[in-house]
Design a protein around this ligand. Structure first.
Ligand SMILES: CC(C)(COP(=O)(O)OP(=O)(O)OC[C@H]1O[C@@H](n2cnc3c(N)ncnc32)[C@H](O)[C@@H]1OP(=O)(O)O)[C@@H](O)C(=O)NCCC(=O)NCCS
Length: 144
């Protein structure tokens, strides 16, 4: 039985788990170091969630709740489940828990960004199954 829990402390166990999981989402980005993890966890807008199967950490996502002039929004980022634990509803449990946190914190809408390639097919099915719909809008980015 998988449990979804928020992280309250940056520990070596957390760092090791994310070092294993995050490259399965994006192998080109550096794994966050302990300082980044402490900053992430202490950010009051952010909830970092873990999926645990017994003692093993098998998935993670992050939900950020923030306010704009029109909306209180929940943004989901970095949804990833360990390759060996996929297809058993862990991703669904993580996304549902993130949406619950958004609702509890007053969010009116939840958004996430996902690539269009073959690698994200399972993710898209999961999101659409949970009620997300593609919104035709471009994402623009500049590195700072
Ligand atoms: C997307 C992802 C988080 C889903 O996690 P999950 O725990 O497998 O999610 P679920 O079990 O709730 O559902 C996954 C879907 O993949 C199917 N699936 C079954 N076996 C699978 C397997 N071995 N591997 C991948 N997907 C599988 C599930 O049946 C389900 O399909 P359905 O929606 O048509 O029923 C996971 O595949 C993953 O981490 N992918 C790589 C990172 C990624 O793409 N993240 C999303 C970024 S936007």
């Amino acid at each position: 039985m998988v449990r979804i829990e928020p992280v309250h402390e940056a520990t070596p166990e957390l760092h090791a788990a994310l070092s294993h999981l995050l490259p399965q989402l994006n192998s080109t980005l550096p794994v966050p170091d302990m300082e980044r993890l402490r900053r992430l966890i202490s950010d009051p807008a952010v909830t970092l969630l873990l999926a645990r199967d017994g003692d093993a950490i098998v998935g993670t996502t992050t939900v950020i709740v923030y306010t704009t002039p029109y909306w209180i929004k929940a943004r989901l980022d970095e949804v990833v489940v360990d390759a060996g634990a996929r297809g058993k509803g862990v991703g669904e449990a993580l996304v549902k828990a993130a949406l619950d946190i958004g609702r509890e914190r007053g969010a009116q809408v939840a958004e996430l960004q996902s690539g269009r390639g073959e690698a994200r097919k399972a993710a898209h099915r999961l999101y659409e199954r949970l009620g997300f719909r593609i919104r035709e809008s471009d994402v623009l980015r500049i590195l700072l």
